[in-house]
Design a protein around this ligand. Structure first.
Ligand code: MN
Length: 230
């Protein structure tokens, strides 16, 4: 093959214990914890809905190190959303919830960084959210832990601190649509492929960060994620 420009690099996330998980698409679930849905002005169990970030929005961060993300352009309300990330190892369509776990390669801690002011403006106008969600450095992510080591993650604390102060706190068992249900619904709309990531939604307490802030995300059983905003 003779490419006429240099092909883009493969994006990957570090695997706990060694190796790299190559990333294709990043799917994200909107409003998937009740209290966060409420803080965004919604109530009740609506069907899950999805948006995407480009794979190269990923900022891989090894355990024990501090990742760096750049404060993005065009915003003055840059929000953190701590999330459990599911890494897909086996593709498929129409995957029933009962089979979903067999498609999971592993789990990680991620941040769905959001230009909230731009997202809000797009919502108001009924336009796509891309400018609020899908931009450079908008998906910092920690080490992927194989499901063969963690087992299925269905409960456990999910937290985020900013400069040492707890801002978000929840439990995976509070997901409105759990991971298996999410995979079932997602795989009806898109053909999942190995390398896809799913950001599964954020608990209540989202808020703004500024340059210099240090975010530390944690999900019970997984390596933590430490990121500074530059
Ligand atoms: Mn989110």
């Amino acid at each position: 093959m003779s490419y006429v420009i240099t092909p883009p690099a493969v994006v990957s996330a570090p695997v706990h214990g060694g190796g790299e998980f190559p990333v294709r698409r990043i799917y994200c679930v909107g409003r998937n914890y009740a209290e966060h849905a409420q803080e965004m002005g919604f109530t009740g169990r609506e069907p899950p809905f999805f948006f995407m970030k480009p794979g190269d929005a990923l900022v891989p961060v090894k355990a024990g190190t501090t990742g760096e993300i750049h404060y993005p352009t065009l915003t003055s309300n840059y929000h953190h959303e701590i999330e459990l990330v599911v890494a897909i190892g086996k593709g498929g369509t129409d995957i029933p919830a009962s089979q979903a776990a067999s498609h999971i390669w592993g789990y990680a801690v991620g941040l769905d960084m959001t230009r909230r002011d731009l997202q809000g403006e797009m919502k108001k106008q009924g336009r796509p959210w891309c400018i609020g969600k899908a931009f450079e450095d908008s998906a910092p992510m920690g080490e992927v832990h194989p499901i063969s080591e963690t087992g299925e993650l269905t409960r456990g604390a999910i937290t985020l601190t900013v400069n040492g102060v707890v801002k978000q706190k929840g439990d995976l068992n509070e997901l409105i649509w759990n991971v298996n249900e999410t995979i079932e619904v997602l795989s009806k709309a898109w053909a999942l492929q190995p390398g896809d990531l799913i950001f599964t939604g954020t608990p209540a307490g989202v808020g703004a960060v500024v340059r210099g802030d240090v975010m530390e995300g944690a999900v019970a059983g997984l390596s933590g994620l430490r990121v500074v905003v530059r």
